[in-house]
Design a protein. Sequence first.
Length: 405
Amino acid sequence: MKTFVFCLALALQGAGGEAQSPQKPAPPQGGEPPAASQPEIVQDGAWQRLAPVPCERALREAIQWLVKNQNTDGSWGSHHSPRPIEVLASIPGSQQAFRVATTALCVMALTDARLDVPGAADAAERGLEYLLKDFDVKRQSGLEHYNVWSMGYALECFGEQLKRRPEDPRAKSMRAACDTLVERLGQYQTLDGGWGYLSIDGVPTYQPSDTSMSFTTATILLGLHVAGQQGIAIPKKLLERAVDHIERSRLSDDAFLYGEYLKYRPRMGINELYGSACRTPLCLRALDLFGRKIETQHYVSALENLLVKSPDYQKASVRRPIPHESWYSISGYFYLYGHAYAAYVLERLPKKEQDRFWPLLVDAVQYCRDPDGSFWDYPLYSYHKPYGTALAVLALARAQRAGAK
């Protein structure tokens, strides 16, 4: 039977050991109370978190953190880990994939925030230069092909840059990079039509033969859509097969199968509405972008499910170190991902729905805020803070533009 540990992790190496407790923010030092400008630290179950602050402040401090914590080569994140055990991500390919994907997210966040934060524009430029040099990541092995994430995010990043600055001197290089990434995605497209990042039970082949993941495929389709809008040629068959995969993964209640290998187990927890809550908004959007019309009420129901009906189930997974150990087999790394793409959907809904959901989404994102201004939802080497912060910025920037406080 297929081992159920598919997203961003195969298994904890040495998983028989005791799981670590989630990291807690450091309490104020000394006997003096926190300064008035500091956010309140609240005890929330087993770990401490920060009380929400105004949206713009959280956004500005997150950007400052990204600027301060950029690597010297322009990338973000590293293989260094404070944990004695980690998820499977072998060198060099898997670590390179995480770094490129993380960097692409950070560049998109810095450019999308549209705030005048010292050093942010320069950090984005340096990140883009890094991506142009190192975007073409090879898979680590027939088992690990996390590089599909780096392809999807790099493609979206280049497409967004071309959209904002079509006269950029690097436009030709970015277009060439996009062409290469589209070609690579054709090579890595799983036989069932989408993209997956591990082949646990499948026989390693040149073209992955194991299962696709609905949300990985939706992420890549978004990147393909952004690039296609800038004139990048996308093979029609590649798109049709990927969209068909997501359509087949959609259940009658608008939950989406985690992966197509679970099509004969549609009622296991991860495929229930609450288990799918962080996947559903983007999967619906991906279908909508490519001709499968999604009515507004489906988006509204997806946001209600995520932000009103199941927020406690989503929060229960945050910062748990073992993949899928929480209710409905939810993993912590679903959290900021799901809320960021919920923001992508929400900004397109009628104002009545925006007024209802934006405050809930801002508070949900700030649940993952650390005292240093970063955001994270799942410990992953040293990638979790930069990718988590980038996803939070992408969500909060949309909230701020919509007038959320």
